[in-house]
Every structure is written in C-alpha cells, then in structure tokens.
Design a protein around this ligand. Structure first.
Ligand code: DGL
Length: 259
C-alpha cells in the first residue's frame, strides 16, 4: 500500500504550493494533484456546495487508489474536512490559517489575516481564533479577486498589485507585525507582499507544517514509501494546464481532465 500515491486537491492551482512542500520533504512519494479550477473560487460558495465539491474531488482521488488525501485548500478544510473524515476510511490532512504562531509571537498585539470568505466565516476558523487570538487585534481581510487573478495567469499583474495595496492598507495602519496567509494560492504572492509591506512584518503560511504533518501521519500508519527512487507526480486540472506550468515549470506531467 505504501507505493500508492498521496492525493492532493484544491479548488485550483494554489494547492501546488503545498505539493511543493510535500515533494521537497518526501521526494520518494508518488503524488496525484487535482485542480478543480473550473469551480474556483470555492471561497464565496456556501458550506454545502463546498462539501459537495470536496466529495467529488475525494472520489476521484480514491478511484486513483490514493492512500491518503491532503485537502490543500483552507476553504475546503474549514468547511468539509469533518464530513470527509467521518465518511471515508483513509486519513485526511487539512490546512488551516496559522493564526496561533502569529498570535503567540506578535509584539505589536496586532496581526493580519488574508483568507477567503469561506474560511473566515467558518466555524473552525472562529474556534481557532477565539482560542488563540483573543488577546490580540486580528485584522481580517477577505481576498476577493485574488484567486481569480491567479487562476487566470495574472499573478504578476498591476491589477494584483493594486488589489493587494488596498487589502494591506488597514493592516499597515493597525501596525501588524505578522501576516497570516489563509489560502494556498497566496504563498505565490509572497514576493509582491514583501514589496508592499513594511520590512518588519513577517509572513506566515502553513505549507511546511502540512508537509510535516503528512509525513507524521504516513509514518503512524506505516504508509511511507521506502522503495521508489523516481517518484511519479501527476497533475490534473479541469482548467488551463498552462497556469500550473507557469507555477511549476515544464518538468511534470500536467494534463487537462474533464472531471
Ligand atoms: N486555495 C484555496 C484556499 O486555500 C482557494 C479558495 C477558493 O477557491 O476560494 O482557500
């Protein structure tokens, strides 16, 4: 069973930022990445719709014989992971905004969080926020339009820069010293964010932690692939494969799939 692939899905291309962390930590592992770009963004959809789409992605990956599934999407995790865990037998790893380390380390007592509407309005997010960030000011910002621009290959556009300037302004005015990225598309924004934010602001995302957690769970279940030397990494998207190529390069097999 250990040679079976790790399945990874996201509402679009953003979860490739998580795939990179997983692949760099466990280069032996075979992986299948599913980008549901045609339905992106998930953020403005309601909980039921997000659960439905998460089931569709999960079923696809289970048919491909995945041994574990990484829900590489904050919006799908915060809305659907409980459902997935109670209805399927394999392990699921999710991703949530890393609000805890930011709240523990802030010196200005103000932190920013950029995430989707679906994540910020989820029960799971308010629970975590109440638990760990009650004593700090949390400036929440919905990243309307960011996912769409990335999905349309406009990561490095003037439009993106103008949007980010607007979203960061209230955080800068509140003197945040940590910015939490609560969407797997957003790590691709880091070079632009660093340009726009004051130098002392630290950016936190959860990618590395998710990769470590994936490894720990594989070990616990004796599912680590000790054998394959050249891992097989397949990417499927129901959107434009060129967008994933622009993020990952041409080394990998990136296919259009009507799912
Ligand atoms: N990458 C997804 C996330 O982490 C994007 C959400 C969306 O499609 O709106 O939340």
């Amino acid at each position: 069973m250990s040679k079976q692939p790790i399945g990874i899905f996201d509402s679009g291309v953003g979860g490739t930022s998580i795939w990179k962390e997983i692949h760099s930590l466990m280069p032996n592992e075979n992986t299948i990445y599913l980008s549901d770009s045609i339905n992106a963004p998930y953020g403005p959809k309601g909980k039921d719709a997000i659960i439905k789409l998460s089931i569709k992605n999960t079923e696809y990956l289970l048919n491909k014989n995945c041994k574990l599934i990484v829900v590489a999407c904050n919006t799908a995790t915060t809305n659907a992971i409980d459902y997935l865990r109670s209805n399927y037998a394999i392990p699921f790893i999710g991703i949530e905004p890393a609000i805890k380390p930011a709240a523990l380390q802030t010196k200005t007592d103000a932190i920013g969080i950029l995430a989707t509407k679906g994540t910020l309005s989820s029960e799971l997010f308010s629970k975590t926020s109440n638990l760990f960030a009650r004593n700090v000011e949390v400036i929440e910002q919905i990243g309307n339009g960011i996912v769409e621009l990335i999905e349309n290959g406009k990561l490095h556009s003037e439009e993106m820069k103008s949007l980010l300037k607007i979203y960061l302004q209230p955080m800068i005015e509140a003197h945040i010293d940590y910015l939490v990225l609560g969407c797997t598309h957003y790590p691709y924004l880091i070079p632009i964010l660093l340009e726009l934010l004051p130098k002392h602001v630290r950016i936190i995302d959860s990618g590395e932690a998710v990769a470590r957690q994936t490894k720990a769970v594989l070990e616990k279940h004796n599912l680590i692939n000790l054998k394959s030397l050249n891992s097989k990494n397949d990417f499927f998207t129901n959107g434009n494969p060129e967008v994933i190529k622009s993020l990952l390069g041409n080394t990998f097999n990136i296919e259009y799939l009507d799912f």
